[in-house]
Design a protein around this ligand. Sequence first.
Ligand SMILES: C[C@H](O)[C@H](O)[C@@H](O)C(=O)CO
Ligand SMILES: [Mn+2]
Length: 417
Amino acid sequence: MTIKENFELAKQAYAKWGVDVEEVVEKLKNVPISIHCWQGDDVAGFEVNQNELSGGIDVTGNYPGKATNAEELRSDLEKALSLIPGKHRVNLHAIYAETNGEVVERDQLEPKHFENWVKWAKENGLGLDYNPTLFSHPKADDGLTLSHPNEEIREFWINHCIGSRKIGEYFGRELGTPALTNIWIPDGYKDIPSDRLTPRKRLKESLDKIFAVETDKKYNLDAVESKVFGIGSESYVVGSHEFYLNYAMKNDKLCLLDTGHYHPTETVSNKISSMLLFSEKLALHVSRPVRWDSDHVVILDDELKEIALEIVRNDAIDRVIIGLDFFDASINRVAAWTIGTRNMIKALLYAMLVPNEYLKQLQEEGNFTERLALMEEFKTYPFGAIWDYYCEKMGVPVRESWLEEVKAYEQEVLLKR
Ligand SMILES: C[C@H](O)[C@H](O)[C@@H](O)C(=O)CO
Ligand SMILES: [Mn+2]
């Protein structure tokens, strides 16, 4: 049977439940995923003065072929994008600026240092998102930035964040799609603090200064990302979930929920509906924590499907900005992007193929037997046939055939670095 024949049969199975598969496929095409550039070089960046990765995050593995400059990184991203169905976005960090060999401090970065990225994004029909980098820097060596007791250090990072929002605004203006500029800081303490309030007070004041500078919402959207702990900040993180939830609500900013930034049994899927009742938009970093915020490549597990279901069944595709955040240096990095991003899209397709309205109705009626029975049966509906058809229609490799292309790219490009 051909992919099309398989698709036609599967289409009938879903049609019985009122799911219009053709409509689903059209809808899926328009859901952008923000692909994080930092999987391609193990979060190293290309600053002239290289600093070791810090901030309580870690990348393990030494698979050959990582990108060593922005051109290589763009070429690797292009390869991955050619294997992923749909039109997407690329998420940059400040450490990916191109300064022509000149040392430019982070608080001095300007749009001109990202001109190559913008040109490339235009050529490839991509949107860009952005993050100030408040780690891997001598001024963040003690694990404190925007909440630092030293005013000079705080000012440095405040200016970096203000400049970053202008870079985000530049991306949005140039590319005709608003950039999400997301602030994540590592600030926290290894051991039990004697004062939890003062650092949070300082973080609040720093954020107020950062956001006092206006940017145009048409081009730049501001987000703040919380965390429960990091390496070296096991006992206390200044920018906790409660801190940013309240800050964002009060100041009309987006909360960014990273799926690796909560207690192990706490799920982001269960937070989405609550957030959507109170905010117009919400942002995600979809990652995969394994025992800690390990940033493993995203797989098609139950939580990923549940996140997608929450977005789809709550009609929030335009309200949830989906970004990825993982970095695995133990496998081919182009494959890592391809696997993780294809899985995110697969999860959305899976969620769109569920008769969500009918299942909601069953719950309202108290018919929990049928709700459970159908939810389980839909797990083995011929979803793979629709996915294969979608890949073929979008002109990307079907099933695992993309792996051959990655292997060839590894031989021809990555291993020659
Ligand atoms: C590179 C980091 O992962 C990223 O900036 C941040 O989003 C994070 O999740 C830190 O744990
Ligand atoms: Mn994150």
